[in-house]
Design a protein around this ligand. Structure first.
Ligand SMILES: [Zn+2]
Length: 376
């Protein structure tokens, strides 16, 4: 049985811990302690030192008692800003922040739901297959924890990432590929009043390049692009020598994202050349997209879980990236399921206690549904 009070207490306990991206030390220590007190042998990997953070991913194997497929359950430890000194306010069924910070239900709710679900399964003496828990660092801003997770130590058949909002039963099955690029335009500096004709403005070059971008904003139903940052210039009276433009392209179609990114790179180069300047462009794929088909085994599993729990499922696509992208990209079928988080990344963030309880019930039913299969 899910213990609602214990779940709420655990959630409030996690929310009270500062855990900004790459500063998850206290959260990692608390979770290592918690998993040990539950009788497991968790470990922390060396991701922290690789990414310049102060903690690594916390990983734990919960040995099963049947031969069901092995499941990987994931949530991330870090939060966005403003996320220091978070004070949760409980009002009836709703938990929110005091309005000065985010709540951090993204993704403390995912962590609390995983812990409570496992505690209740053990107490009930339920059947379950091998479970692997991974609490990742630095999900926000680049999925760095998941990218450095050593999956050779996690032989899971399916993965469930608890990092989604919407009604419980909402499951993200489609998410875009993500490319980012950084373009540095180089012109020539000169005094803007005395001899501007000797200069070549990198700011003008960048603006023309952006104005002539072949793709910007909503490109097609499954693709987008954006320029999010532009930086350049030293002073009003200097013709700007260097200007950097940072942008992104997303698409659920692998070929399209490559095509759009290349077209933007080519057009930037052309503009710089036409103006007599240069541009250095770095473009890289940050994470792959994924598309789980309705006929895939993992969807059959969640449908069975829906029958067991009576919670209807809703398959949706998302425009954002999550650890789910990385796990799918590594070859383990993964979906992102809702824990009820709402208005995330804002000081209005909130979550319903009843939704977190329901999320535990849904996760329990996924684990139970897996028991009707034999591990291959
Ligand atoms: Zn999240």
């Amino acid at each position: 049985m899910i213990n609602k009070q214990r779940l709420v207490d655990e959630f409030l306990n996690l929310v009270a811990i500062d855990s900004l991206t790459k500063q998850e030390r206290k959260m990692a220590d608390a979770l290592l302690e918690m998993l040990k007190s539950m009788g497991y042998e968790p470990y922390e990997d060396d991701t922290g030192s690789k990414i310049g953070g102060n903690a690594g991913n916390v990983v734990c194997h919960v040995k099963g008692n049947t031969n069901a497929p092995a499941l990987l359950l994931m949530a991330h430890m870090d939060t966005v800003v403003p996320g220091l000194n978070k004070k949760a306010v409980v009002e009836g069924d709703i938990i929110k922040s005091d309005g000065t910070t985010i709540l951090g239900g993204d993704d403390a709710a995912g962590i609390a739901v995983i812990l409570e679900t496992i505690k209740s399964l053990k107490e009930d003496g339920a059947e379950f297959g091998d479970l692997y828990i991974a609490f990742t660092v630095a999900e926000e801003g680049g999925l760095y924890g998941a990218r450095n997770l050593d999956l050779s130590k996690i032989p899971a058949d399916f993965a469930f990432i608890l990092d989604n909002g919407g009604p419980i039963g909402t499951i993200a099955v489609k998410a875009p590929y993500y490319n980012r690029f950084s373009a540095t335009f180089k012109g020539r500096a000169a005094h803007a009043g005395l001899e501007p004709e000797k200069g070549l403005s990198a700011i003008m070059m960048a603006s023309k390049a952006i104005a002539h971008m072949p793709y910007f904003g909503r490109i097609d139903p499954e693709s987008t692009s954006n320029i999010g940052i532009i930086k350049g210039g030293e002073a009003r009276n200097i013709v700007c020598e260097t200007c950097t433009v940072e942008g992104e392209v997303r698409s659920t179609d692998k070929d399209k994202i490559a095509m759009y990114t290349q077209a933007i790179v080519d057009s930037f180069k052309k503009t710089a050349e036409e103006m007599g300047g240069t541009v250095d462009i770095e473009a890289e794929t940050m994470y792959p997209g994924y598309f789980i088909k309705e006929s895939d085994a993992i969807i059959e599993l969640v449908k069975k879980a829906s029958e067991i729990s009576g919670i209807p499922i809703r398959l949706e696509s998302t425009g954002g990236g999550s650890d789910t992208n990385i796990i799918n990209g590594a070859g383990i079928p993964a979906v992102d399921i809702s824990v009820g988080m709402d208005k995330v990344h804002s000081t209005q963030e909130q979550i319903k206690i009843s939704d977190m309880v329901k999320a535990c019930e849904f996760l329990t039913s996924i684990i139970k549904a897996a028991c009707s299969y034999n591990r291959k």
